[in-house]
Design a binder for this molecule. Structure first.
Ligand SMILES: NC(=O)c1ccc[n+]([C@@H]2O[C@H](COP(=O)([O-])OP(=O)(O)OC[C@H]3O[C@@H](n4cnc5c(N)ncnc54)[C@H](O)[C@@H]3O)[C@@H](O)[C@H]2O)c1
Length: 323
């Protein structure tokens, strides 16, 4: 039987992950409304079939107009946030908007009787890993203000659920990578995969590996990369989840920086300069997810490998950077 069509408000729907969610929702036949302030998002990434509003979530009036003119919203996918870790330690006031925006959304959900929120959280809420794999009961002690804003938003969502009965799925992403067919290239590359691509396409001279003396299998840091297409599938599954839940989204397979570099050489066939430097302050040796909850509660199994992620990212950069 075909699933009923829903109306979804996607905040941050012009960003890297939000735009991929909009595309997937439209392909499934849902009505999609997007709210994005375009601080980083790009209008061209938003599917033309979605209804787009340029709005900042801290502007309660602008946000209420969206709820007023779209009275039938079933679910909110809340991606909108500032996410640059270093900047969050320099401009915490800007990052507080992540919390204010969430509070505004929740207030309007209650006023307009929207029942469900799927929230984009992050492994950054955990802080220093005390054990690996990290499960959802791992202590939450963020070590940067960005992580703090995401954790506070989680808690505020949980309180609104307790008090007003809102249903939530909080998804804690590990390192999201790959392309969802939109040809996304990061305008402010800060993550390792976009940085690698900028090296390949000559925007940077070399790829720096920080630390090769960590107590890991090859001395470089280990992280958990999850493909954007797999990640979006988890959001689609979460739309039907009736129980409130907090769920990690990672593959549970750590990949070292050296393994990532070697796989990039192999997949792209490109040569580029790699330089080793000392450790960076605050970089844990190893960090990867337990995804047992995602399997159990959503029936989610990530399918894409690190090579798939490199390949789709490379194709996206090739399309845009060689234009
Ligand atoms: N990319 C990752 O690896 C990763 C990992 C963990 C968690 N997350 C979370 O996933 C979400 C989406 O991340 P992304 O990688 O797509 O980032 P992104 O920066 O590409 O997208 C965020 C979007 O939100 C918009 N935005 C930001 N603040 C806003 C505001 N106050 N009002 C309206 N719009 C606003 C931006 O313009 C942008 O389009 C974020 O909540 C982020 O914290 C991302």
């Amino acid at each position: 039987m075909a699933k009923a069509q829903k109306t979804i408000l996607v905040t941050g729907g012009a960003g890297y992950i939000g735009s991929a969610a909009v595309k997937a929702l439209i392909e499934k036949g849902h009505n999609v409304i997007v709210a994005d302030n375009l601080s980083k998002g790009l209008k061209r990434l938003v599917d033309k079939k979605a209804k787009f509003y340029k709005a900042d979530l801290t502007d309660y009036g602008a946000l209420e107009k969206i709820f007023k003119s779209n009275k039938n919203i079933d679910t909110i996918m809340h991606f909108a946030a500032y996410k640059a870790v270093e900047e969050s330690m320099e401009k915490p006031e800007k990052y507080s908007d992540n919390i204010i925006g969430t509070i505004n959304l929740l207030g309007l959900m209650i006023k307009y009787k929207v029942k469900k929120i799927i929230y984009s959280s992050t492994a950054a809420i955990y802080g220093e890993p005390e054990h690996n794999p990290m499960d959802e009961s791992h202590p939450a002690k963020p070590v940067n203000y960005y992580g703090f804003t995401k954790l506070e938003s989680e808690k505020i969502i949980e309180w609104h659920s307790r008090i007003h009965g809102i249903n939530y799925t909080i998804l804690r992403y590990f390192n999201v990578a790959g392309d969802a067919g939109l040809g996304y290239t990061d305008p402010e590359a800060k993550n390792v995969m976009p940085i690698l691509m900028e090296v390949i396409f000559g925007k940077r001279k070399k790829f720096m590996v920080f630390g090769n003396d960590y107590p890991t299998r090859d001395g470089t840091c280990i992280r958990d990369y999850v493909d954007i297409n797999d990640l979006i599938k988890a959001h689609i599954l979460a739309m039907d989840a009736k129980e409130n839940a907090i769920i990690n989204l990672g593959t549970s397979n750590g990949v070292s920086v050296k393994e990532l570099v070697d796989a990039t050489f192999e997949v792209t066939g490109k040569k580029f300069l790699v330089e080793y430097a000392g450790r960076r302050k605050g970089d844990p040796a190893e960090l990867f997810a337990s995804n047992e909850n995602a399997k159990k509660l959503l029936g989610w199994i990530p399918e894409k490998s690190i090579k798939d992620m490199i390949k789709s990212t490379y194709e996206a950069y090739k399309k845009n950077m060689t234009k």
